[in-house]
Design a protein around this ligand. Structure first.
Ligand SMILES: [Zn+2]
Length: 316
């Protein structure tokens, strides 16, 4: 699969290909953008293109180098990922040990650091030494969903490429490649918000149907609200998605209360339910619910007060 077959990100691919063609490669890249849009696919493609035996400034996906990178058994390519949600100093030391040596088989050594925003301070300071004095024949690609927690000194030493969310056509095409039909895809697109990973996550737990049921129960009075809070608080798999949906629901109520058109709604397919809910809501109460939801979302994992918190959102 050459660069041309990667959906979206044509500008970023063009930049990478022209760098490959000129041979003027920075020692370190930083790919940024929301989760699930293909940053790692492009990073892996780029690392293959550095080493591909068949295509110049591109990758074939078939040759020995490309297939070893795909199988993650290439001796010159390292992929570093968080362990228990953290990138630790030991992992940075291990990669530094690896890149001391010249490439064994490939033309370049390459390191992909996925979720680089999960580096703790020690790990980041350790990596900084490599970024300050990068070894020859080595390219690092850091991938980050957000840079707000990253050291400015790390950021300033990387060539940054920002990746935008995917368009609906790209997501539809990628979901079709995975065998999803057009009807299911159409229902997932509004939830995906440009992220293939989100579309797949929502599909995996049939959240499209669950969301419609949640919306129905939102308009059925206090008893239904208490039961809904109880059900959602117990369901670890669906809870993060449900919290996000509820926030988009109340955001839509605000849009309706401000008198904007249905076209501006996230949940346009639920416009009837929303109009019904908006009839009994006030702007201040909806804003208060959104604030409460955001507090719940920030402490969602293992929050013993989740049920109480949800009741406070859904009841009042
Ligand atoms: Zn190849």
């Amino acid at each position: 699969m050459p660069f041309d077959e990667i959906r979206g990100h044509s500008r970023q691919v063009r930049i990478l290909k022209s760098m490959l063609a000129s041979g003027q490669l920075p020692h370190a890249f930083l790919f940024t953008g929301i989760e699930g849009i293909g940053k790692r696919t492009v990073a892996t493609g780029f690392v293959k293109a550095l080493n591909c035996l068949t295509l110049p400034d591109d990758f074939c996906g078939q040759c020995l180098q490309c297939s070893k990178i795909d199988k993650q058994v290439h001796p010159d390519v390292m992929i570093v990922e968080p362990e228990k949600n953290v990138l630790k100093i030991e992992q940075m030391r291990a990669l530094q040990q690896e890149i001391i040596y010249k490439p064994l088989e490939g033309k370049k050594k390459a390191v992909i650091i996925d979720a680089a925003e999960k580096m703790n301070a020690q790990a980041a300071n350790c990596l900084l030494k490599t970024l300050e004095e990068p070894p020859e024949d080595t390219v690092l690609v850091l991938i980050a969903h957000s840079v707000s927690d990253m050291l400015p000194t790390v950021l300033s030493r990387c060539q940054r490429l920002h990746f935008s969310p995917l368009c609906d056509d790209d997501i539809s095409s990628l979901l079709a490649r995975q065998g999803m039909d057009a009807q299911q895809t159409g229902r997932l697109l509004p939830l995906a918000q440009g992220s293939l990973q989100r579309a797949i996550m929502f599909a995996g737990c049939d959240f499209v149907s669950r969301r419609e049921k949640i919306a129905e129960r939102l308009g059925q009075g206090a008893g239904a609200a208490l039961k809904l809070a109880d059900d959602l608080a117990r369901d670890d798999e669906v809870l993060p998605m449900a919290l996000e949906f509820l926030e988009s629901w109340y955001r839509d109520l605000l849009v309706l209360l401000e008198g904007a058109s249905d076209a501006r709604l996230y949940n346009a397919d639920l416009a009837d339910d929303l109009a019904h809910a908006a009839a009994g809501a006030t702007r201040d109460s909806v804003i208060e619910k959104i604030k409460k939801l955001r507090r719940l979302q920030s402490g969602a994992a293992f929050n013993p007060d989740m049920q109480l918190g949800l009741e406070a959102v859904l009841l009042y």
